[in-house]
Design a protein around this ligand. Structure first.
Ligand code: NAD
Ligand code: UDP
Length: 334
C-alpha cells in the first residue's frame, strides 16, 4: 500500500513508519518539524535501509498539501500530525484548535478531492475524561476531555463520525491510545520532546540524564494500592504495530467507521513504573511525593478485547522493556 503519514517524524509516527516500511509498504511523510527533527529521517533510513519521501509541510497550508496529493497516488492516510501538550493547550487554546482542527480539515478536504478515502486517526484515551469504571471500553461516554488538547480529539472524532454519516464510502479508524512510552530497540528513535516535558516518562528520563534533580510524583493519596495514579502504559513499538493492523484491516469487507482502544489492558501505578525503571536501569531516578496535579484521572486502563478480536492486535512488550528501551534511547541521544 502507498500510505501518507502525517507527523511521521514524531514519536509515534516514526515508529509506525519503521513498521510499515519493514512490511513492504510505501510511505510518504508530511511533517513541519514543529515537534520533531529532520535527523529522524536518517534514523528511519538506518533502521530500515529505506528513505521514505519527505515533505516539510504545514498542514495549515492547504495548497502545499494539495501538491503532495497531486504528486502521489495514496491508498490511505495515517494522521498523527498535531500538537499534544496538555498544559500548553490550556495556555494557547486558539493555536491548538487551529493547528489540530484546521490541519485535519485541510487533510480531509485534500483526501476528498483526490478520492483517498481511508484514514487512521490518532485519538486518545483522554476523550473518556474521568471514566466511571475500568477497564474502559470503546462504548464508554466520550466527548469528555478536560482540556483543549483533549477536546481537539473529541471534535475530530465527531467530524469523522459526521462525515461518515453523510458518505459511507469513507473508511475511518479511530485509535484511542493510552500512555505510549518506550523506544525502538535500536536506540535510534524515541520520544524527544522540545522544552521541559510534562509527561511522566520524558520527565523520568530527564532526571535519569541528570538534567533535573528529582521527579515529583503528583499525589500518593489516591484510592489505589500504593496511593499513586494508575495508567495503561503501552510500548510505542506495540502501538506502531497496532497501526499496521488497523491499516491492513481496512479492506473492502471491513469498511466503515471503527474505534479501538490501543493499550495493554493492564494498569500500572506511577510508583511501579518509577521503581521498575530504577530496577532495570540502576537507581537513576530520585523522587519525592508532591500534591495531586489538578485534572489528573486517578485510574485509567483499557479494555482491549475489541482490538484483539477484530484487528488481531495484542501487545508483546513488558513494563521492563518500556523502561529499558526508553533509557537506551536517552543514552544514545546524549
Ligand atoms: P509528536 O509531537 O512526537 O508527533 C507529532 C508530529 O506532528 C511532530 O513531528 C510535529 O512536528 C508534527 N506536526 C504537528 N503539527 C503539524 C502541522 N500543522 N503540520 C505538519 N506537521 C505537524 O507526538 P506523538 O506523541 O508522536 O503523537 C502523535 C499523535 O498521537 C498526536 O496526534 C497526538 O495527539 C496523539 N496522541 C499522543 C499520545 C502520547 O502520549 N504521545 C497519546 C494519545 C494521542
Ligand atoms: N506524573 C507525575 N510526575 C510527573 C509527570 C506525571 O507524577 O512529573 C503522573 C501524573 O500525575 C499521572 C501520570 O504520571 O498520574 C501520567 O501522567 P502523563 O502526563 O504522562 O499522562 P496522562 O496523565 O495524560 O495520562
Amino acid at each position: 500500500m502507498k500510505i501518507l503519514v502525517t507527523g511521521g517524524l514524531g514519536f509515534i509516527g516514526s515508529h509506525t513508519v519503521v513498521e510499515l516500511l519493514n512490511l513492504g509498504h510505501e510511505v510518504v511523510i508530511v511533517d513541519n518539524l514543529v515537534n520533531s527533527k529532520i535527523e529522524v529521517l536518517d534514523k528511519i533510513e538506518k533502521i530500515t535501509k529505506i528513505r521514505p519521501k519527505f515533505y516539510q509541510i504545514n498542514l495549515l497550508n492547504k495548497e502545499d498539501l494539495r501538491k503532495v496529493f497531486g504528486e502521489n497516488n495514496f491508498d490511505s492516510v495515517i494522521h498523527f500530525a498535531g500538537l499534544k501538550a496538555v498544559g500548553e493547550s490550556i495556555e494557547k487554546p486558539l493555536e491548538y484548535y487551529d493547528n489540530n482542527l484546521t490541519g485535519t480539515l485541510n487533510l480531509l478536504k485534500c483526501m476528498r478531492e483526490s478520492e483517498v478515502k481511508k484514514l487512521v486517526f490518532s485519538s486518545s484515551a483522554c476523550v473518556y475524561g474521568f471514566p466511571k469504571s475500568n477497564p474502559i471500553d470503546e462504548s464508554a461516554p466520550c466527548n469528555k476531555a478536560t482540556n483543549p488538547y483533549g477536546m481537539t480529539k473529541c471534535f475530530i472524532e465527531q467530524i469523522l463520525k459526521d462525515m461518515y454519516a453523510s458518505d459511507n464510502s469513507w473508511d475511518f479508524t479511530i485509535l484511542r491510545y493510552f500512555n505510549p512510552v518506550g523506544a525502538h530497540s535500536s536506540g535510534l528513535i524515541g520520544e524527544d520532546p522540545n522544552g521541559i516535558p510534562n509527561n511522566l516518562m520524558p520527565y523520568i528520563l530527564r532526571v535519569a540524564e541528570g538534567k533535573s534533580e528529582k521527579l515529583k510524583i503528583f499525589g500518593n493519596d489516591y484510592e489505589t494500592e500504593d496511593g499513586t495514579c494508575i495508567r495503561d502504559f503501552i510500548h510505542v513499538v506495540d502501538l506502531a504495530r497496532g497501526h499496521v493492523k488497523a491499516i491492513e484491516h481496512m479492506t473492502s469487507e471491513n469498511g466503515g467507521l471503527h474505534i479501538y482502544n490501543l493499550g495493554t489492558g493492564k494498569g500500572t501505578s506511577v510508583l511501579e513504573l518509577v521503581n521498575t525503571f530504577n530496577n532495570v536501569n540502576g537507581d537513576l531516578v530520585k523522587f519525592e511525593f508532591g500534591d495531586r496535579r489538578p485534572g489528573d484521572v486517578p485510574v485509567n486502563f483499557a479494555k482491549t478485547d475489541k482490538a484483539r478480536e477484530e484487528l488481531g492486535f495484542a501487545c508483546e512488550k513488558t513494563i521492563e522493556d518500556m523502561c529499558k528501551d526508553s533509557w537506551n534511547f536517552s543514552k544514545h541521544k546524549k
